[in-house]
Each structure stands twice: as C-alpha cells, then as structure tokens.
Design a protein around this ligand. Structure first.
Ligand code: NAD
Ligand code: UD1
Length: 336
C-alpha cells in the first residue's frame, strides 16, 4: 500500500487517481487544513471504489505511528505541507513547523516502520531566480522566499538521511507550475480566498467570480513583456509521480532530484489567449505593476526525468486550459 500524505489536496487527489488507475493500493492521510472531504468522495467516484483516507497531522507522532501500525505501507509520497509564498513570509514558524518538522516526524515514523522509499514534493522555487532557462537540476539552489527554503531544507534532510542510511530510495520532484484538472471535471484546484496563482485566477474570472485579471508586469525582457513560466498539466505531474514511485519500488537506493516540467515557456498573455480559445470566454485583463519577488522567465530542462524515470509531459497548454475550464465550469465554487 502506498501512503499519500496531503493526499486530499490538489496534486494528491490527481496522483491518487493515476496510481489507482495503474493498480496501486493507496491510503490518503490529511489534516484537511487546505482541502475538503468532498474531494476524496469525488476521487472515489473516479476510482469506482472506496479510497481509504485517514484524518491526522504529519506533525503528530501518535497519528503517524497509528497510521503505519494500521496499514502495511511500502512507500510514501509526501505532499503534506503549506505552499503559499506570501503567507510563508508572514508566518515563517508555521511554515517551518508544517513543512520541516512535519517531514521529520514522518521520517522518524518511517524508520520505526522500516519503510525506506519516499517521493517528496519539492518545487522549482528551490532555484530562486535562475541564471538561465531552461533550468537543469544542476543549477544553483538559492530559494528567494521562506516557502522555498523549507523545500530546500527538506531536500537536504533527505540527502543527509541517505548518507546515514544508504538503503533508502528517495525521489525529490521539483514541480514547475502545475495547472489543469482531471478530464472528468470531478476534481481540480480549489484555492481558499483570492487565488495567488495565475490559472485559478483566470478560471475564476471566466466563471464570473472576479471582474478582471491583473497582469503583473508588461515590461519584462520577454517576447511580449509578460512573465514566462513552465505550466504543466496536473495529470502529467501525477504520471511523473507514478514513474518516480515505480522507480523507488525497484529499490535503487539512491537520491534522485528531477524537474517535472514540460520544457516550454509560455507568457501570461499566451496563457490568457489559450484559455480564451479553449473556453470561448473573454478574459478581461489589464497590465499593472510587477509583483514583488517575481522573476521574468523560468522554465525547466526536464530531460533528466526522461532519462531516469522514463517520463515526459504529454499534454499541451490548450489541454491544460480546456481541463481547468471544464473543472471550474462544473464547480464554480470549487468543492464548496
Ligand atoms: P494542497 O494544499 O492542495 O495540498 C496539500 C495537502 O496537505 C492539503 O490537503 C492539506 O490539507 C494537507 N496538509 C497540510 N499540512 C498538513 C499536515 N501538517 N498534516 C497533514 N496534512 C497536511 O497543495 P498542492 O498544490 O496539492 O501541493 C502538494 C505539495 O506540492 C505541497 O507540498 C506543495 O508545497 C508542493 N508544490 C506545489 C506546487 C503547486 O503549484 N501546487 C508547486 C510546487 C510544489
Ligand atoms: C508561484 C510561486 C512558486 C510556486 C508556483 C507554483 C511566487 C513568487 N512563486 O510561482 O513558489 O512554486 O507559484 O504554485 O509566488 N500572474 C499575473 N496575475 C495574477 C497571478 C499571476 O499576472 O493574478 C503572473 C505572475 O506574475 C507570473 C505568472 O502569472 O508571471 C505565474 O504566476 P503564478 O501562477 O503565481 O506562479 P509563479 O509566480 O511562477
């Protein structure tokens, strides 16, 4: 059985759908601090059968030991954590506690249960403002915010653990910009409050929840002046987790860090145009000042994941927009 911590969240639900489809048994574990039980019910509708989900906190030794006692777990995919960059600057201790302490408590429980395979949700933000794109895994690691530092700390903790315990198999997956939704429209991204990220903001404008998109900066040194990113369909990302999990299950006994991105950079205006094409909805938008902390352009060199995990992203920007819209149109208020 595969444990998905934070499995009721956006990427966890999509990964669970892919793993179940591939024949894995999964158990989700979540404290529902940023997700809702309805998401798990929707996953069960996709899977066509019940999916075990345990409510608890990765920071609780009691919760973690109970989980490993009750389930025969062979590997862990560790999604549980907090992910809002701005909030991480305002509440740094909460972020270190959830993301770093939470991982330490999980790892100690794994050691007690003799589980030595883990796939960790890292982020492209470990690179900060990269010197060039496409960004390879060998690029300098210098996160520019608290959230990114929590991710890099966990990467380093896992590397130190591997030095002390070389029989562990550890995949560090550095996600670029996950967007889109399951093609059924039953599960998708459901941010609390005003979305910080571009795609959920665009879909909320399309569905009438927000009047217009503010495009942060029109004077970047990019082809159209707006920021360029590597958007990756969440189903491709989920398949990347399946590839990484299958790799750990072969017991390679190494630490592997891999970018999960498409290798293509698209600007904010490219995404808006693609979304308008996919949805038939006009997205009113206006260029405003740059957002503090943003970089001009950032996209992945994903070739290492291709070589080592046999995984490459398959879906296009149009697919991402179509599926994001399908989800938001069917669920204008998300899982509420
Ligand atoms: P999400 O918030 O939708 O999912 C995270 C889940 O973890 C939520 O369901 C939340 O309730 C749960 N959780 C948080 N703290 C917990 C705790 N202490 N104990 C138990 N459960 C806890 O986020 P997501 O987009 O699915 O991201 C999953 C992971 O991927 C996170 O670690 C995030 O940092 C990382 N990541 C996300 C992105 C992105 O753009 N979505 C990019 C890079 C990395
Ligand atoms: C952000 C996080 C990053 C995280 C990633 C994926 C920051 C500084 N970085 O990256 O750590 O891994 O999300 O979740 O927050 N934009 C607008 N208008 C909006 C929202 C965004 O123009 O309302 C623009 C941004 O300026 C950027 C692009 O859209 O050029 C993408 O923004 P966003 O979706 O927030 O992702 P990142 O900033 O790349």
């Amino acid at each position: 059985m595969i444990l998905l911590t934070g499995g009721a969240g956006y990427i966890g639900l999509h990964t669970a759908a892919v793993l179940i489809g591939a024949g894995h048994e999964v158990v989700l574990f979540d404290n529902f601090s940023n997700s809702k039980p309805l998401g798990v019910e929707r996953l069960e509708a996709i899977a066509g059968r019940p999916v075990p989900c345990v409510q608890g906190d990765v920071r609780s030794r009691q919760d973690m030991d109970g989980l490993f006692d009750q389930h025969s777990i062979s590997a862990v995919v560790h999604f549980a954590g907090l992910k809002a960059v701005g909030e991480s600057a305002e509440q740094p201790l909460r972020y270190y506690d959830n993301n770093v302490t939470g991982t330490l408590v999980l790892l100690e429980a794994m050691i007690r249960a003799e589980v030595r395979r883990i796939v960790f949700s890292s982020s492209a933000c470990v690179y900060g403002d990269p010197d060039f794109s496409p960004v390879p895994e060998s690029a300098a690691l210098r996160p520019a915010n608290t959230y990114g530092r929590t991710k890099l700390m966990v990467e380093e903790i896992l590397r130190d653990l591997h030095i002390a315990a070389p029989d562990w198999s550890i995949a560090l997956l550095r996600y670029f910009n996950p967007v889109g939704a399951h093609p059924s429209g039953l599960i998708g991204e459901d941010p609390n409050g005003i979305p910080n990220n571009l795609m959920p903001f665009v879909t909320q404008v399309a569905v009438g929840r927000r009047p217009e998109l503010r495009v942060f900066g029109g004077d970047y040194p990019t082809p159209d002046g707006t920021g360029v990113r590597d958007y990756i369909h969440v189903m491709d990302l989920a398949e990347g987790h399946r590839a990484a999990l299958d790799w750990t299950l072969c017991d390679p006994r190494e630490v592997l860090a891999a970018n999960l991105g498409t290798g293509c950079g698209y600007s904010v205006l490219d995404l808006v145009k693609a979304f308008e094409r996919a949805s038939g909805q006009a997205i009113p938008h206006r260029i405003v000042a740059r957002r503090a902390g943003d970089v001009a352009a950032n996209w992945a060199d994903p070739s290492f994941a291709g070589q080592r995990l046999g995984w490459t992203a398959q879906r296009t920007l149009d697919d991402m927009c179509r599926d994001a819209w399908n989800w938001q149109r069917q669920n204008p208020r998300g899982f509420a």
